[in-house]
Design a protein around this ligand. Sequence first.
Ligand code: APR
Length: 231
Amino acid sequence: MARIVVLTGAGISAESGLRTFRAADGLWEEHHIEDVATPEGFARDPELVLRFYNARRAAAAAATPNAAHRALARLEADGRHEVLIVTQNVDDLHERGGSRSLIHMHGALTGALCARCGHRWTAPAVMRVSDPCPACARPAARPDIVWFGEMPYRMEEIWQALRRADLFVSIGTSGNVYPAAGFVADAGHAGVETLELNLEPSAGSRLFDAARHGPATRIVPKWVAEMLGEA
Ligand code: APR
């Protein structure tokens, strides 16, 4: 039984039609991070921020999991390996693809959070600035997404899983944003084998023991088939 920690980023959902951030047509080409992905941006213009995430929530709901999401779920369901997915993605394609052991370190589009009292609830398809918080009734609803300058969720659990893993696999992430971009070094320092599966070499590619490049829907199912002794 190998303990495998898989980090995923926007690239695993690209072939499901969801935009990544730093490609030529990426989300950060159209929106300023400081306007839509920081607490200050939300305080300045909550309407703009809710509109940005309403659009991403609708896109995620219209998307379907692809062969890479499904292959990771198959690896977990097989039972011979202990698989934990740590995703930077806020879409729910891993869940809908069948994965169960999953941490959304940057939050999720399906979550709403009260910026005043901290209450969390399931986000409606369309969030409005006037939405009253179900707990404190104040109109301070924000997406339960981790913005720049905020601490990602469940980090102690993630670092512990990385240290005790046999294998760390990074899929579809450019390795630009910490702390996720540092996981390969954390794993390497703990003597964990590391593998990158990405469309092209990421910023941290040289830190990996091994790397395979190509579209996730091709290289992830192939890697999973090898792990299950089918290839
Ligand atoms: N198959 C595999 N990899 C792909 C594919 C594909 N079809 N398409 C793109 N990629 C790769 C790109 O080569 C790139 O390395 O996915 C990566 C996407 O990088 P980013 O757009 O930077 O997305 P990500 O790494 O997830 O960003 C991390 O930054 O903006 C914040 O919070 C946001 O979670 C996000 C974080």
